[in-house]
Design a protein around this ligand. Structure first.
Ligand code: RM4
Ligand code: MN
Ligand code: MN
Length: 429
């Protein structure tokens, strides 16, 4: 395998951090032992944990107003894969990349798959894009795609989604994520009922093209680019659509796609109850779909989401196998650093939720011992599981101190010499 960071450098860096990690891990293992928790079992759990990274997250993001490019950032899927390889090489939790089309289109998908494999990477869910127009496109998506009033536009959107499935088959994916920006900016602009009918009719054509072992995931979002109404605005609409489309269709929860303060962990529990929890796009936000780094604003919410997932794992419903993906935009950081940081934060919430004393929690809940129930959760949340994650990384060949190791490698500086300069402009590509 052709890995972008020298393994000698990782070994050297780990050697310098090994003694301190042993000490910290030992202290944590003793503390957890007193609580009846086996730290080594949690290391094994951390090693098994994976989350996919978005190809589009490898480049610098932007807002409607500006994008501030980073010297050496990737400008095509090949360079994005190389950067994703760095993230996985040092962090060891992100072995799959979720591609977006047409942004990641190439001539030869078999070769792209091999290229990813040469880095030890695979492909996760493919994402369609009917929220932007492409040069030379026959129909515009300005007033909708799958829900458009124009038949030819709906057809074009259906065909694009089917093409994404075809590409996905070639690169070893088995899921299609559909997020449409369809909606309205003015009351009266469209009929709220008929636009959903049109969406369902077109989405059914995409669903019909899905291979048997594939999954279609619907992503809801309450606003943007349409600010008055969105066709699939919330988990209720998403659930309705997924139920109507069929067994292979599930709901995907992007953490940033809700109104501020919405109880997302409860949405997770509800979707699980309906057997329709398909997956996640992890990110964080302060105001809306801010696409900030996962857990950077509200790590407690992320923990509570994982708490519901661990409960769900213990009482699985048919098909419970959520797809975990990061979906965030890095406007001022090096995307590699942000995604390594996020992957660690997400895994940390998963491990902390795993060490909740479930028996004690359930007993306190049954007895209506409110404070004990709360403290049981809080004790897990307050546990610093960093040494568990670091140990899992080190045992898998990753870096104990991924940030220092990455910076010492001067990877980005090297890429700044090799890669072509990125233009200014707004948006994420
Ligand atoms: C959207 C949504 C989709 C992602 C695009 C780039 O807000 O989160 O998942 O494909 O952004
Ligand atoms: Mn998303
Ligand atoms: Mn989003």
């Amino acid at each position: 395998m052709t890995m972008p960071i020298s393994s000698d450098l990782i070994a050297e860096s780990n050697a310098a951090n090994a003694a301190a990690l042993d000490e910290d891990f030992g202290a944590l293992a003793r503390q957890l032992g007193r609580r009846g928790v086996d730290a080594e079992a949690l290391v094994a759990r951390a090693k098994d944990w994976t989350v996919a990274v978005p190809s589009w997250g490898a480049g610098r993001g932007g807002t409607r107003f500006a994008k501030f490019p980073l010297a050496g950032e990737p400008t095509n899927i090949h360079e994005k894969l190389e950067d994703c390889a760095v993230i996985n090489q040092l962090g060891r939790t992100t072995p799959r990349v979720s591609p977006h089309f047409p942004w990641d289109c190439v001539e030869d998908y078999a070769a792209l798959r091999e290229e990813a494999e040469s880095y030890g990477l695979g492909f996760d869910a493919v994402n369609s894009n009917t929220f932007q127009d492409q040069p030379g496109q026959a129909q515009t998506y300005a007033t909708g795609s799958l829900s458009s009033t124009v038949e030819a536009t709906r057809q074009q959107a259906v065909e694009h989604n089917i093409e994404c499935i075809e590409i996905g088959r070639k690169i070893g994916s088995s899921a299609l994520t559909v997020w449409v920006g369809d909606g309205t900016n003015f009351p009266g602009q469209q009929d709220l009922g008929r636009s959903l009918d049109r969406y369902l009719g077109a989405a059914a054509q995409v669903y019909d093209a899905l291979p048997d072992d594939w999954r279609m995931m619907l992503e809801h979002k309450m606003f943007e680019p349409a600010f008055y109404s969105s066709v699939i605005s919330d988990w209720g609409s998403s659930l309705m659509a997924a139920q109507e489309l069929g067994e292979k269709c599930k709901c995907l929860v992007d953490l940033g796609h809700h109104a501020p303060n919405v109880n997302i962990e409860q949405i997770v529990a509800r979707l699980h109850h309906a057997g329709k929890l398909g997956g996640f796009h992890f990110n964080d936000s302060k105001y809306g779909d801010d696409d900030l780094d996962s857990g950077s604003i509200n790590p407690h919410q992320l923990f509570l989401v994982f708490n519901e997932l661990i409960e769900a794992e213990a009482s699985p419903r048919a098909g419970f196998d959520p797809a975990y993906m990061i979906d965030q935009s890095h406007n001022v950081t090096d995307p590699i650093e942000s995604m390594m940081s996020s992957a660690e934060t997400i895994a940390g919430c998963y491990i902390r939720a795993s060490l909740v004393d479930r028996e004690a929690l359930h007993a306190a809940q049954e007895a209506n011992d409110v404070l004990l129930a709360f403290r049981t959760l809080r004790q897990a949340y307050e546990t610093d599981v960093g040494p568990i994650l670091a140990r899992a990384r080190a045992e898998e060949g990753g870096a104990i101190d991924w940030l220092t190791t990455y910076r010492t490698s001067r990877y980005r500086e090297r890429k700044a010499q090799e890669r072509k300069e990125v233009g200014l402009g707004a948006g994420i590509v």
